[in-house]
Design a binder for this molecule. Structure first.
Ligand code: GDP
Ligand code: MG
Length: 297
């Protein structure tokens, strides 16, 4: 199956919702109807208003030919998603922190990211910096065992900073190309835990200057735009540089990708479309837009 096919399947629920709502064709002549469709897919008020407004203006200027409405929509979505994208400079080793609230898919995503590095011939290392729960360390070790990726861990309750420091030393001596640090789930409102994240970042920069190269905020897509408030905190206080949107496979709220790009101004880097190791797809604005909107109306 091609990436596009997998994307289409992963976005199935969102596509169905859009197909149903857009089938009525009201949206082609009424910006209010278009806004309603977009809000139903959790695009967020800001992006929905902007898109509907732009559509209305373009239509009144005669720039949207009959039959070209969907094409206009696709162009807008593609531009919005591409605008938030920016290149990441690679480190050696490339250090990525995986952060977010509980249960969004951080541990699974860290493992999937390691699998992706393996698949392209790199040497990944996983770090169990969620020392808060014994089960979290075991979960990552299970993934490591399954993938054949080493996992650096300390005993439960250990200082996450110490685990990360050890891991980065190990990464250098083992010639790891990519290090993925799984962190404990934390609420953005818990200041001591956000401070702990700060400390982990400082430890990284001491052990590998310039790191962490990426701080990926893992968001559960089924939470939709309700996840934006926490995301803002992780951006301003947790140093998030990009987003992984998980569980897109189980939700019709795939439009949240647009809200992330527009309201958070954070690039979506990866999307999760299932629980298996290869159910993580690199985010590409062009492919995503095609998979979401192609052939809908
Ligand atoms: N369907 C689906 N399930 C996912 C995805 N990512 C993670 N999960 C599941 O979500 C649950 C929580 O994941 P976990 O990695 O433990 O979350 P954490 O608490 O943030 O570390 C697990 O059952 C995962 O298998 C995804 O993209 N799609
Ligand atoms: Mg976890």
């Amino acid at each position: 199956m091609t990436i596009l096919d997998r994307l289409r399947r992963g976005l199935g629920a969102t596509r169905s919702l859009l197909a149903e709502r857009m089938g009525a064709a009201q949206w082609k002549v009424s910006s209010a109807a278009l806004e309603e469709v977009l809000l139903a897919a959790d695009v967020g008020v800001e992006a929905a208003e902007a898109l509907a407004g732009e559509f209305e203006r373009a239509r009144s200027r005669g720039e949207v030919a009959t039959g070209q409405e969907l094409e206009f929509l696709r162009g807008f979505v593609r531009r919005q998603l591409a605008a938030a994208n920016r290149p990441v400079s690679r480190g050696n080793p490339h250090v990525t922190l995986v952060v977010g609230v509980n249960g969004t898919g951080k541990t699974t995503t860290a493992a999937k990211l390691a699998a992706a590095v393996q698949a392209r011939g790199g040497v990944p290392l996983l770090v169990a910096a969620d020392t808060f729960r014994a089960a979290a360390v075991e979960q990552l070790q299970t993934w490591g065992g399954r993938l054949g990726v080493p996992v650096i861990s300390h005993r439960p309750g250990a200082d996450p900073g110490a685990v990360v420091f050890d891991a980065l030393q190990a990464a250098t001596s083992r010639g790891a190309t990519d290090v993925f640090v799984d962190t404990a789930g934390r609420l953005h409102t818990k200041h001591n835990l956000m401070a702990e994240l700060d400390k982990v970042r400082r430890v990284c920069s001491r052990a590998v200057p310039g790191s962490p190269h990426e701080v990926l905020l893992v968001m559960d897509a089924s939470t939709g735009i309700n996840g934006l408030t926490q995301a803002r905190e992780f951006r301003s206080h947790g140093g998030a540089t990009g987003v992984v949107l998980t569980k897109l496979d189980g939700t019709a709220k795939g439009g949240v990708v647009l809200a992330v790009a527009r309201e958070l101004e954070l690039p979506v880097r990866w999307i999760g479309v299932g629980e298996a190791a290869d159910d993580l797809l690199p985010f590409d604005p062009e492919a995503f837009t095609t998979a979401l909107l192609e052939g809908l109306a």
